[in-house]
Write a protein that binds this ligand. Structure first.
Ligand SMILES: [Zn+2]
Length: 278
C-alpha cells in the first residue's frame, strides 16, 4: 500500500507534469469509483499537486480539490500511447495529454462514497476533512508534537505509528523500518519508554521517510510513479520483508497478521530487544 514516500513521489511527479495545465474534459468510466463526469471543474487549471499523509491532492485554480486515496492498487498516471490500460476508471483530459486513474482492485476511491477516502470538493471542505481525520504529517511533526501525541500511549508502538489520526503517513513497511532504525521493539509501549527512546523514534521517522523519498519509494506490487517508473527503496530496507537483519545479520522475526490481518511485522530481535515489559 502506498505510504508517505510513495504518495510524495507521486505528488511531486504529478506536480511537474500537470501544474498550470487546463482541464479540457473529464470522463468517469466507472460509477462509484469517481465522481460523475460533469462534476469535474472543466476549464480550470491545475494550481498544484500536494500530499497530506498518504493522500494525494490535486488543487484546481477554481478552488476545487480532488483528493485521492490510492488504496492498495490505485495509480494516478499519464495515459500511455495506447491502448487504454485495463481498469481505467477516470480520464482527465489536460492540455497536452490525459491523466488517468487506474485501479485493478478498486480499493481506492475518487468519490464521496460511504468510505469517503477520496473526494472532489471545495478545497476548504477537503482541508477540514483532512483536519478531522489526520494527525500532523510524519515528515513535518515536531519533537514536541510527537512527544505529546505519542508519548503517553499504552498500545504497541507499531499500532500507534499506523494510526493516521495520531500521525499521518506511516504504513506497514515504514513503521517496521522506523522502529528498527530506532532500536525499538514493535510491541513496546510508548508510555513505558524513556524520553531518549521516544526521541530516537521521532528522529528515525524523518530519516527513514526522507531516504525513501530520495529513492522514489519502495517498489511493490502495483506501485508506479506518474511516469510509470518503479521505486528503488526496496534495496535499502533494513528489516521489512527480509530474512536477515541488514545491520547485524541476525535472523529477522516475522509476526504474521500482526497488527492487522494480511500484514506482517518484521523486526530484529538483536537490534530491537523488548525492554519495556520487564
Ligand atoms: Zn539486527
Amino acid at each position: 500500500m502506498p505510504e508517505l514516500p510513495e504518495a510524495e513521489t507521486i505528488a511531486r511527479g504529478l506536480d511537474g507534469l500537470v501544474r498550470g495545465r487546463r482541464l479540457l474534459a473529464a470522463r468517469c468510466l466507472t460509477k462509484g469509483i469517481c465522481e460523475r463526469s460533469a462534476a469535474y471543474p472543466v476549464g480550470a487549471r491545475v494550481a498544484a499537486v500536494a500530499r497530506r499523509g498518504k493522500k494525494v491532492l490535486v488543487h484546481f485554480d477554481d478552488g476545487t480539490t480532488l483528493l485521492v486515496s490510492l488504496g492498495m492498487s490505485g495509480q494516478l498516471r499519464r495515459r500511455p500511447a495506447a491502448p487504454l490500460p485495463k481498469h481505467t476508471h477516470l480520464i482527465l483530459k489536460l492540455g497536452g495529454f490525459d491523466l488517468i486513474y487506474v485501479d485493478a482492485r478498486r480499493l481506492g476511491r475518487l468519490t464521496r462514497s460511504r468510505v469517503a477516502t477520496t473526494m472532489l470538493a471545495p478545497a476548504v471542505e477537503v482541508a477540514a476533512w483532512c483536519e478531522a481525520r489526520l494527525g500532523p504529517d510524519a515528515l513535518e511533526v515536531s519533537w514536541r508534537e510527537f512527544r505529546e501525541r505519542v508519548g503517553g500511549r499504552r498500545g504497541a508502538f507499531k499500532s500507534v505509528l499506523l494510526n493516521q489520526r495520531i500521525i499521518a503517513g506511516i504504513g506497514n513497511i515504514y513503521a517496521d523500518e522506523v522502529l528498527h532504525r530506532a532500536g525499538i521493539h514493535p510491541k513496546a509501549r510508548p508510555a513505558a519508554l524513556s524520553r531518549d527512546e521516544l526521541r530516537r523514534v521521532h528522529r528515525a521517522t524523518k530519516v527513514v521517510l526522507n531516504k525513501a523519498i530520495k529513492a522514489c519509494g519502495t517498489s511493490f506490487r502495483d506501485y508506479v510513479t506518474p511516469t510509470g517508473a518503479s521505486g528503488d527503496f526496496g534495496y535499502y530496507l533494513a528489516v521489512h520483508g527480509r530474512e536477515g537483519c541488514r545491520d547485524c545479520g541476525t535472523e529477522v522475526v516475522r509476526l504474521r497478521s500482526w497488527p492487522g490481518k494480511g500484514s506482517s511485522t518484521y523486526y530484529c530481535p538483536r537490534c530491537q530487544p523488548r525492554r519495556d515489559s520487564k
